[in-house]
Design a binder for this molecule. Sequence first.
Ligand SMILES: [Zn+2]
Length: 413
Amino acid sequence: MGASRVAMAAVAALLVSTAPALAAGKDAKVWAAAEKARAGQLDLLEQVVNIDSGTGDIEGGRKVTALLVPRLKALGMTIETVPAEIPGLPENTVATLTGSGKARILMIGHIDTVFGPGTVAKWSYSVEGDHARGPGVADEKGGVVEGLYALQILRDLRFTNFERITFLLDTSEERGSPGTRALIDRLVRAHDVELNLEPGDAPDVITVWRKGSMTLNIDVKGRAAHAGVAPQDGRNAAVELIHQLAAVESFPRSGDGLTVNLTTIQAGTRHNIIPEAARGQINIRARQKADLDRVEAAVKESAKSTVVPDTTVTVSRENAFPPLANNPATDALAARAQAIYAGLGLKLATGGNGGASQSALAYEAGTPALDGLGPVGGGFHSEKEFMDLRSVTPRLYLLTKLIMDLSANPPKK
Ligand SMILES: [Zn+2]
């Protein structure tokens, strides 16, 4: 960056501070702070990635929290430790920073990953070219660390023009936040805006819609019998389950709209016994709630009749997140984010994806929400997961500036 451009950016920064809605040009101070933060940011990221914290790993989750909480306290934040709402999960953390302004801003991140204990021993943090790799590196440890450093920059710049900034560290997002649901509901209602630190999508996309998700459990009860001696006495639950699965065959398995996928099957106990019980799980994603209901109705209708006599089929529904539908409040936030990014000479695209998040709960509560604000990543929920290192500093700048912009002009609920 040339010297003249630095000077212009500084002038622009002054203009921005008095007229944030314009958000024109680069804020040289914030950019410099984001660049300065980078080494520490990546060092902390490596530390948190190298702690296994799959959902339900209480010890691992507590270790990650123990690494983050002292840093949040050092930023002047008040820490509330909130027990999970169901057993088997580590505590959630609510960190609050109080300022002198009027905006109430909520940042949500999650510290759980989809990777079980022992993953880090086989696959730890590494850097290859422009990609950082490791379990949860982008989903969502990169976002959590970004949130912490945005707060650090605000503190370093002595920015306090907000009533409060609340940072929730959720410990069960990858299972639909069953341990945090009431807490999220309370927090989204008590804030003017929700900023979600899920990873951005490649090449540089923020998230303005998300699919809702639900699981249908299909349980078949039959009758056990020796497969050689008296197979005629058995009622094969596995065979009945296979017939029941036909009910979802006609729904799409991929695409931007409704998707319906068989994800687990369990049946039988021994090779020579007719299975007494069988369970299949169907994972459903949709952009409209009505689509979720439609699939449930089809599966329940099918369950009313069986092909294998004397078997019974029950269907139960587990909701994870409702959809975050396209909406004007989110689009308005996205436009503000794009204006900030344009000040860097970068283009920020908007999009959506099938991964659910807490932003849908904000949307349901009528609180404007913007999602996908973490660093850009890909290969989520697989060993291909990566975080794009080129996005780290622009995304930290974006989040910090967005908080400053929203502080001056909080969206109207
Ligand atoms: Zn995530």
